[in-house]
Design a protein around this ligand. Structure first.
Ligand code: SF4
Ligand code: SF4
Length: 337
């Protein structure tokens, strides 16, 4: 594992961060062991969000007594001042701390949401106020649209940026990471396994580790998973391996889906997952996670071809900012059953 200076904070942050999103799914004692094991083995960045069920409470319960040992990042999904202010206060209570190191304006994926959060009376105002009061040290932003995030960080209102970077989604490398580096921002990559579709864990983790980011947050729920993630960062990535991983990412990223989720489907097909898992199937055949996913979605995927409102213009495609051919990818997935 590597330690680097985290943007302009002066903090030496570990290259592996603990993503606490899934901790509410496991018994509290298991979460306690995983979190403490991570801290014992040098991980010093903990990421959560107000929206991750009781994840913040678990952090408060399990590691608040070690508060000096980690950089604590949370998020508010609120867009207005009053809700964001209440959420920040609640996060502090839940995590049994008087401040968070980083508050991210969470999941900002379109201009309307961004404007709401940034206007007078928006969530950003609550974040600034909390910063003045010493409750928040730095303010960042997270989202799934690297092309928009790059424009928003250029306005110089954020110290940190949280984006997807994995073998199936290398898109932040185009403009976002170079811009964030030029500005000296804290760069945090998320979803190294792309929701579990990328295997093996070792390669998945080594890809963002090979790139110009400070921290990769990986969602972990057990000591075993922390060990696997730590092992993947044990040795540095050499040039040859990096080039190989970059080539793989170019191929697996050919679906071009950013997971912005604009494309809600009336029959509830999980379109971004179909786009990404289909590319994996093309390259590697069906992996266990993909198999389970396609089985669960079977009836829905099969119904796509019969959905009358989509016969002339697919409803999903009309909403995609990247004009992707989702209907044909879904229908190709149907042909495999
Ligand atoms: S074309 Fe298929 S995937 Fe797209 S919205 Fe219609 S039913 Fe859903
Ligand atoms: S298919 Fe298009 S709209 Fe849907 S998540 Fe991917 S990029 Fe966004």
């Amino acid at each position: 594992m590597r330690y680097s200076t985290f943007g302009k904070s002066g903090y030496k942050v570990s290259s592996l961060g603990f993503g606490a999103m899934n901790l509410p799914s496991v018994p509290l004692e298991q979460a306690r062991e995983a979190l403490n094991y991570a801290l014992d083995h040098g991980i010093n960045y903990i990421d959560t969000a107000a929206a991750y069920r009781n994840s913040e409470e678990i952090i408060g319960e399990c590691i608040s007594h070690r508060r000096q040992e980690y950089f604590l990042a949370t998020k508010t999904g609120a867009r207005d001042y009053a809700t964001a202010k209440a959420e920040i206060e609640r996060s502090l209570v839940r995590m049994k701390t008087d401040h968070v190191d980083l508050l991210q304006i969470h999941y900002v994926n379109n201009v309307t949401e961004y404007k709401k959060a940034m206007e007078v009376g928006g969530a950003y105002e609550a974040a600034l106020e909390a910063q003045r009061e010493g409750k928040v040290r730095f303010i960042g932003i997270s989202g799934h649209r690297p092309d928009l995030l790059v424009k928003w960080i250029a306005k110089e209102q954020f110290s940190q940026i949280l984006f997807h970077l994995n073998l199936a989604q290398p898109f932040a490398l185009d403009e976002l990471i170079p811009k964030a580096s030029e500005m000296g921002l804290m760069k945090v990559a998320m979803k190294p396994l792309s929701g579990g579709f990328i295997q093996p864990v070792d390669r998945a983790i080594r890809y963002p580790y090979s790139q110009d980011v400070h921290v990769t947050i990986s969602g972990m729920v057990s000591v075993k998973e922390v060990q696997e993630n730590l092992a993947a960062q044990e040795k540095e990535v050499g040039t040859e391996e990096r080039l190989e991983l970059e080539q793989l990412a170019r191929e697996l990223g050919e679906h071009d889906c950013r997971r912005c989720n604009y494309c809600s489907c009336p029959v509830e097909i999980a379109i971004p997952d179909v786009m990404i898992a289909s590319k994996f199937r093309e390259k590697f055949g069906l992996l266990p996670k993909g198999d389970g996913f396609f089985q669960r979605q079977k009836e829905k995927i099969l119904s796509c071809a019969d959905h009358d409102p989509c016969k002339v213009v697919p409803l999903c495609e009309a909403k995609c900012p990247y004009q992707l051919p989702m209907q044909s990818v879904v229908q190709k997935a149907a042909s495999f059953y």
